[in-house]
Design a protein around this ligand. Sequence first.
Ligand code: CP
Length: 305
Amino acid sequence: MRHLISPLDFSVEELNKLLNLANDIEKNPEKYSEACKGKKLATLFYEPSTRTRLSFESAMLNLGGNVLGFSEATSSSAAKGESVADTIRIVSCYADIAAMRHPKEGAALVAAKNSLIPVINAGDGGHQHPTQTLTDLLTIRSLKGRLDHITIGLCGDLKFGRTVHSLINALLRYENVKFVLISPTELKVPKYIIENIKAAGAEYEEVNRLEDVIGMLDLLYMTRVQRERFFNEEDYIRLKDSFILDKKKMKMAKEDMLVLHPLPRVNEISVEVDKDPRAVYFKQAQYGVYVRMALILTLLEVEVC
Ligand code: CP
């Protein structure tokens, strides 16, 4: 039985297979419409979510399966003090596969160790968000045509941004990926991620002005400053509008630079940018459904001919 806890749980070869399957699902959705008939997905969300939870549910419904779960800790027995380990043991009796989001780093790993069914990490604190990474990789590969030989700017909250940490770790396995890390000093990428970049021999630079570097990027990955991860409101208010991508900055970018964002956005991308054909964050959310369908099929070992 396999779980997905970290974006590195799949080899590059397995990942390519998964992305190919997602592309086939995009082209031939009817072929997969009954692939999970009789199967159930449990969504165990201890933290708020729109995209991840609903795209998982949409994915399972598209595959002909069913969904059950909870969308906040207070509506589960966690509110009475039940542990993650006990919860997943119980959910193993009710469902065939589970997707879990939890505010504590490592919670999904604890669940996987105590589970009788495949567990998918749908975000654990500021740590990892592997299915967002699968979404990002599918978006980049589908719209840019490659995952190697790219210069990617990651902008915003790089300290608490789990999507950023997961994406960097995943892209380090591809050739000639250069990282431009754009953040205020207080929200720089954690040291362990920088160590990973150095160990992989990848090029990187850390800067604090988007306009100085936007012209060199093939991809710009914007992120929100996450209010819920701050210990004090003053720091959040001081840093929340550090970067705002607007039409003026987009004029400095390459004609084929793509703008991604895991969403939700707050102020960091002006709505005037949404009409720019280089803004692909809503398409990215759609790719999230295809890749989660592919992931469910892969972990449940369902073959569709
Ligand atoms: N990208 C993402 O994780 O969005 P949600 O928090 O809405 O799931």
